[in-house]
Design a protein around this ligand. Structure first.
Ligand code: SF4
Length: 472
């Protein structure tokens, strides 16, 4: 019987089995940012410990990054304190830091892949839930808390509970206007936000195999929103082509030797899975969330469910979500008025996301009541987009064009919802208060859907917008 990628990577990184039943795993790449690291570095300093493998540790600033004015000191003194602490810690412990304004700065899950730091067969850790993103390369990425950041800094190891593997095969072909974001929202909608607890999700099937690396990053990014600790795609020629020539990828003959080894890390054809699920990609439509977690979603042609239409266990949550969102059960999601359009985040702030959104807004104007922000996931994305003139398209449509950072994905920087505003957002969480206002409301969708909603001033079906554009 063959092995899954998870089993191969896990076994190759096992230091020892612990008496607790956990495994001590070696971590190949540790990515650090300003929010979850200060206390971890303080713990090392208090004990006089160094960072065990500084050459496997890289830092950036993203969560608190102002995306409009990066003049120091920041207006937000807490943000300034976090930034200064990260600079001090990286200097004292010998860790490379890409600060604001640096060409390599950006959201931690955007820069790791684009710099070639994330590679197949690797274990990654970062003090951020969405470290599952890196699984797009056939890596195994763990989102960790501050005490585990301390452990990895001190030992380059993590103590982890075992995981089992669910293979999710997406068959068929996605229709134009249906994207990787719709695939992962549909998976979470079907399996639930806790459906993946205890699992690693292996994404497979023809739809996933045809996806670009940026699309694979989107689906792996939201694995954690489905409860899965990690999510991954087996490495293939698409992966290797993406990595070739990246600054931290092997070069020359070393790349070919690495690629041969990376190929071996993929799950064997006869690997056994603990569970298997199949999803028909041809049947998918653009997906929009209507509630307060990413599993509360419907297809854009659907209606917001009533508590009586969902399984018993979800009735109270549905009732509470409807009340918070101020939505009527049975109302169509299409036509829901929005106030803010946010295109960005580690889920959908990459170049291909911006290209698709720009394609939708080209020659159009934002609805007069809509505030629109486009926030590239990294400085490199921003520069590439500007070389293509995408910023001109967004600016002409009335969007704000910002510097790289997490921005309105969460409320830790100046970009926030106000009051009860409704946001069409390409990010990954629609929890209460997530976008900076305790009463603000978030509808998750693909960047192209956000762009279409920004122009219409309400949720619309981007497939019709794209069809109309090609007929013009
Ligand atoms: S973009 Fe959002 S989810 Fe991603 S790292 Fe930043 S805050 Fe976390």
């Amino acid at each position: 019987m063959g092995c899954t990628l998870l089993r191969k990577v896990w076994d190759r990184h096992t230091v020892r089995r612990l008496p607790t039943g956990q495994t001590q795993l070696f971590i190949g790449l540790h990515l650090v940012h300003e929010v979850t690291s200060p206390q971890a570095f303080d713990a090392l300093r208090a004990r006089g410990w160094p960072v065990r493998f500084p050459h496997r540790t890289f830092a950036t600033v993203d969560h608190i990054a102002p995306t409009r004015d990066i003049t120091r000191p920041f207006a937000d003194l807490l943000a300034e304190e976090m930034m200064a602490a990260l600079e001090r810690n990286c200097r004292d412990f010998g860790i490379p830091l890409w600060p604001l304004g640096d060409a390599r700065q950006g959201i931690v899950h955007v820069i790791g892949p684009e710099l070639g730091l994330t590679q197949p067969g690797m274990t990654n850790a970062c003090g951020d839930s969405h470290t599952s993103t890196h699984g797009a390369f056939g890596a195994v990425g763990f989102g960790i808390g501050t005490s585990q950041v301390r452990d990895v800094l001190a030992s380059q190891c993590l103590a982890l509970d075992p995981l089992v593997v669910r293979r999710i095969r997406v068959t068929g072909t996605l229709a134009p206007g249906v994207y990787a974001k719709d695939v992962i929202l549909a998976i979470i909608g079907r399996l639930g936000v806790k459906g993946g607890v205890g699992y690693a999700y292996e994404y497979a099937g023809p739809v996933v195999e045809r996806m670009t690396m940026e699309e694979r990053l989107t689906i792996c990014n939201m694995s954690i929103e489905g409860g899965a600790r990690v999510g991954y795609v087996n490495p293939d020629e698409t992966t290797f082509a993406y990595l070739r020539g990246r600054p931290f990828a092997p070069a020359g003959d070393a790349f070919d030797r690495a690629a041969a080894w990376w190929r071996e890390q993929a799950s064997d054809p006869d690997a056994a899975y603990d569970d298997e699920v199949e999803l028909d990609g041809s049947a998918l439509e653009p997906v929009v969330t209507w509630g307060v977690h990413p599993g509360q979603s419907v297809g854009v042609g659907g209606r917001i469910p009533a508590p009586g239409e969902v399984p018993d266990a979800e009735r109270d949550a549905t009732r509470e979500a409807l009340e918070f969102m101020g939505f009527e059960a049975g109302a169509p999601i299409r036509g829901t008025r929005i106030d803010v359009a946010f295109i960005g985040s580690c889920t959908n702030g990459r170049l291909s996301d911006l290209r698709e959104a720009a394609r939708v807004v080209a020659g159009q104007r934002l609805a007069t009541h809509v505030r629109g922000l486009v926030v590239p996931g990294s400085q490199a994305v921003r520069e590439a987009a500007e070389r293509e003139g995408l910023h001109d398209t967004f600016l002409a449509a009335g969007f704000e064009w910002r510097g790289a950072g997490c921005s309105m994905c969460l409320g830790m920087n100046p970009d926030k919802l106000q009051g009860r505003e409704v946001s069409a957002s390409s990010s990954n969480r629609n929890f209460r208060g997530r976008q900076g206002s305790p009463t603000g409301r978030t509808l998750l969708m693909s960047p192209a859907m956000v762009a279409a909603a920004a122009v219409a001033g309400e949720v619309v079906d981007v497939r019709q917008v794209l069809a109309g554009a090609s007929a013009r």
